[in-house]
Design a binder for this molecule. Structure first.
Ligand SMILES: CC(C)(COP(=O)(O)OP(=O)(O)OC[C@H]1O[C@@H](n2cnc3c(N)ncnc32)[C@H](O)[C@@H]1O)[C@@H](O)C(=O)NCCC(=O)NCCS
Ligand SMILES: Nc1ncnc2c1ncn2[C@@H]1O[C@H](COP(=O)(O)OP(=O)(O)OP(=O)(O)O)[C@@H](O)[C@H]1O
Length: 198
């Protein structure tokens, strides 16, 4: 089974594109969602996160996302430590998830791939891009978050230009109809490739 990574900066449209692949029958693993489930459910993870970021990381046993975001996205060293705690757990969870899938390829939607040198884990990588001002606008209208907070996250991600050079497919996600057409094309190519691989 081929493992395809789907990445892109904040607000680029990763989840939108992931849903299009899912509608074509491709199993999709959303790392942002699964990471937060693990951070809430795993006692071991919880203890490590509290040791790193303090008791306020959870309030009434619920992950305090804004507290954690405020701490880590303004401190790259702290973010790297949080990533080092969370990412191995997500990787293991993804590996078990893959074992239960029956399809020629699966997609792991994940915000960072190149930033943490994990590109070797994927057979193919799809990058979703959009101009930074549009990404900021999209996130602000979707979430209650300030421009500054979105920019802090962008500062911890590589530029589209740098990521595009290392990606197999790039979807410039402006017009949804064009994006959907491109997704169908890439899907056809991935199906063909996966039938040769195994
Ligand atoms: C800080 C947290 C709690 C904030 O949660 P929140 O619901 O606000 O954001 P969410 O996780 O949905 O991420 C939204 C976007 O933020 C950006 N982002 C999230 N984590 C990271 C990161 N480690 N590095 C760079 N950007 C990131 C991405 O663009 C992502 O798509 C959460 O992002 C987190 O725990 N991040 C560190 C662990 C991680 O990398 N998780 C992502 C998948 S493994
Ligand atoms: N081509 C598009 N045209 C208009 N709106 C779009 C387009 N693509 C995505 N959006 C909207 O922009 C917002 C961000 O998209 P989405 O959630 O898919 O991005 P993301 O990259 O997964 O974000 P994050 O990095 O925060 O997880 C959503 O509200 C989505 O509906």
């Amino acid at each position: 089974m081929m493992i395809v990574g789907l990445t892109g900066g904040i607000g680029s449209g990763k989840t939108t594109v992931a849903k299009m692949f899912h509608a074509l029958g491709v199993p999709v693993y959303n790392s942002d969602i699964e990471a937060k489930k693990l951070m809430s459910a795993s006692k071991d993870l919880k203890a490590k996160i509290i040791a790193l970021l303090g008791e306020d990381s959870y309030s009434d046993n619920v992950l305090n996302r804004s507290y954690i975001a405020n701490k880590v996205f303004t401190d790259p060293a702290l973010l790297a430590k949080l990533n080092a705690i969370v990412h191995p757990e997500v990787k293991n969870h993804f590996t078990s998830w893959v074992k239960n899938q029956k399809s020629s390829y699966v997609i792991q939607e994940t915000a960072i791939i190149f930033e943490n040198s994990s590109e070797h884990r994927f057979d193919k990588i799809i990058l979703v891009t959009a101009p930074e001002n549009l990404r900021i606008e999209r996130v602000i209208s979707r979430d209650t978050i300030s421009i500054e907070k979105v920019k802090e996250r962008i500062d911890n991600q590589w530029s589209d230009k740098k990521k595009a050079k290392l990606s197999d497919y790039v979807i410039h996600n402006l017009d949804l109809e064009k994006t959907s057409f491109l997704v169908a094309e890439i899907h056809k190519q991935l199906l063909k490739l996966s039938s040769f691989t195994y």
